[in-house]
Design a protein. Structure first.
Length: 134
């Protein structure tokens, strides 16, 4: 693991949250991105070397919508940047972590992503992300 890439925050309204976080952080978001495969619309803010990713569901029955219905708005996940996502998946499985997918998928911000089940990481949803090299 190289560093914390971003902290994901689940929100009901991306527009309302963008206004709130712009006031909080003193700067507007720098981009939005639709990730259809995950059923989310995202918005990104820079905070030093780390990012805040706001996530709003685009589907009635997405995992994010279920999360908000169960727990409300708030911290959804912590994402760690990794050099080799395939090696990290293998390493973490060998160490007893429940990786939700064997194969990474394309996520927001030009990243390959995979998630660890919160039950295997003290109740925290962990995302691993690797920059897609063009």
């Amino acid at each position: 693991m190289k560093k914390i890439d971003h902290i994901g925050i689940a929100v009901k309204s991306l527009e309302d949250a963008n206004v709130l976080f712009a006031k909080l952080l003193g700067e507007p978001h720098y981009k939005t991105e639709l990730v259809e495969a995950q059923g989310v619309n995202t918005s990104f803010f820079k905070v030093g070397d780390t990012k805040i990713e706001l996530l709003a569901s685009t589907q009635k029955h997405s995992p994010l919508k279920k999360f908000i219905n169960k727990k409300g708005e708030g911290v959804h996940h912590i994402a760690f940047s990794v050099a080799d996502i395939e090696l990290e998946i293998k390493r973490l499985k060998l160490n007893g972590f429940n990786v939700l997918d064997d194969t990474p998928s394309k996520g927001a911000d030009n990243k390959l992503v995979v998630f660890l089940h919160p039950k295997s990481s003290s109740g925290v949803l962990i995302e691993l992300c690797q920059e897609i090299k063009v």
